[in-house]
Ligand binder design. Structure first.
Ligand SMILES: Cc1cc2nc3c(=O)[nH]c(=O)nc-3n(C[C@H](O)[C@H](O)[C@H](O)COP(=O)(O)OP(=O)(O)OC[C@H]3O[C@@H](n4cnc5c(N)ncnc54)[C@H](O)[C@@H]3O)c2cc1C
Length: 403
């Protein structure tokens, strides 16, 4: 006799950030009637990366042609603007400048222009004098203007995705134990002892995605190394009209400290990139010994430290010294003084690092039996959340069909 298993849902998503909610939304759009449950450990959606970022809708200029980032960013930006318009979510297409302030950045600025063209992003090259047309207080040797970049309320987007998905969203529900057996689906126990049984599991746990992957029994061959990004609010927001970025260092998957006028008109300066002492370590005081131990016992962390100690040292100095941070910002915005910088809340990036110290640059999605894991969804994943959600949903639905 075949025993019937009572599943609570068809697809169970762990993580109520923008990627998990977009996945839930895409599943119910593509296959109406599919029962989706989302488990989120916080009392509401978007409390971590999705609610603690720069709020920028990226155009897609930076990414290697052919990468998932390049494929999803430009398409994602256009879809996101449509989504925000349809659901009346605050957003604006402001355009942005990428500014070279040192001679050795000029070849990288030109390489970016080339890359933008390869990715089909319209860009305008500016000489030093033309920068003023867009940003009178910003100084540089040359710049690029990207007209399609914008800002939006990603928390608002996450709320709308949650509502529009029709999924059952369970807040204050931390997944703590996972039992996946052939023929029996996946059972997930939450911290209050409830067990949710699903045919297919989707792991969108952001800063904890490697831990969730290992709970299923899959070895993801990467670990999340948390990099905090600290911000200041600019006391004189009139110094900046829109978005101003430095030329990024290609050795890192981070874009560098930028000036961002958000949808509320305030200007944020940041984020830097310093190691966080806990996955949700939003300041230096927050230390989680087990999580710190997991970072320190991963060989890749030490390889990054050996390779990038000089750059890392500079970032640490700028994290603990406002004067050093101000000096760095003044390269772009000479009028800024330490008194203009008001500390603001930080974010922590879930950066996947391989055993050999490679900082995974592209989005990384892996599959296990009845399971889809999103293992690297850094910037611009909020911008690209609608296409990423569709990609993950497609894989989850294929796994569902196979069951
Ligand atoms: C400083 C910073 C600046 C950024 N700037 C931009 C930008 O300007 N534009 C852009 O497009 N992208 C930006 N990003 C990237 C963007 O924020 C992320 O790519 C995106 O938010 C990732 O979404 P997520 O759903 O994967 O992760 P998260 O938003 O972190 O969501 C994961 C969720 O999983 C939950 N969770 C974890 N473990 C469990 C568990 N065991 N049980 C239940 N729930 C669990 C968490 O509570 C969390 O809500 C930035 C990121 C940072 C940190």
């Amino acid at each position: 006799m075949v025993r019937e298993i009572a599943y609570d849902c068809d697809v169970l998503v762990i993580g109520g950030g923008i990627v998990g909610l977009s996945t839930a939304y895409a599943i119910t759009r593509a296959a109406p009637g599919t029962r989706v449950t989302v488990l989120e450990k916080e009392p509401g959606p978007a409390r971590h990366q999705t609610g603690r970022n720069s709020g920028v809708i990226h155009s897609g200029i930076y990414y290697r042609p052919g990468s998932l980032k390049a494929q999803f960013a430009a398409r994602g930006a256009a879809e996101l603007i449509k989504f925000c318009t349809e659901y009346d979510i605050a957003h604006a297409v402001t355009g942005k400048l990428i500014v070279a302030t040192e001679r050795d950045e000029l070849p990288r600025l030109h390489a970016l222009i080339q890359r933008g063209r390869e990715n089909g992003i319209p860009v305008r090259e500016l000489g030093a004098a033309q920068i003023e047309e867009y940003e009178p207080e910003v100084r540089g040797l040359a710049a690029i203007h990207v007209a399609t970049t914008g800002v939006c309320d990603f928390v608002g987007v996450a709320h709308r995705l949650a509502e529009a998905s029709g999924a059952l969203i369970r807040y204050d529900a931390r997944a703590t134990y996972i039992d996946r057996r052939p023929g029996l689906g996946v059972a997930v126990r939450t911290d209050d002892g409830t067990v949710v049984r699903a045919r297919v599991l989707v792991n969108c746990a952001g800063l904890h995605c490697d831990e969730i992957a290992r709970l299923t029994g899959d070895e993801p061959k990467m670990r999340i190394v948390p990099f905090r990004g600290e911000y200041y609010t600019l006391a004189r927001p009139d110094l900046v009209r829109g978005l101003v970025y430095p030329v990024p260092d290609p050795a890192f998957p981070f874009l560098g400290v930028h000036l961002t006028r958000g949808i509320d008109g305030s200007v944020h300066i940041g984020p830097n990139a310093v190691p966080a002492l806990a996955r949700e370590g939003y300041d230096w005081r927050t230390v989680h010994p087990r999580e710190l131990g997991s970072t320190l016992t991963w060989p890749g962390s030490w390889r990054i430290a050996r390779r990038h100690w000089r750059y890392g040292g500079g970032e640490l100095r700028r994290s603990v010294s406002k004067a050093a941070f101000t000096r760095a910002v003044r390269r772009l915005l000479p009028a800024v003084t330490p008194d203009d910088l008001i500390p603001a809340s930080a974010g922590v990036r879930a950066q996947a690092v391989l055993r050999d110290g490679t900082l995974v640059d592209d989005f990384l999605i892996q599959e296990g039996p009845r399971t889809v894991h999103v293992l690297n969804a850094p910037s611009p994943a909020a911008t690209a959340s609608l296409p990423i959600g569709r990609e993950v949903a497609e894989r989850a639905l294929a796994a569902l069909t196979a069951t």
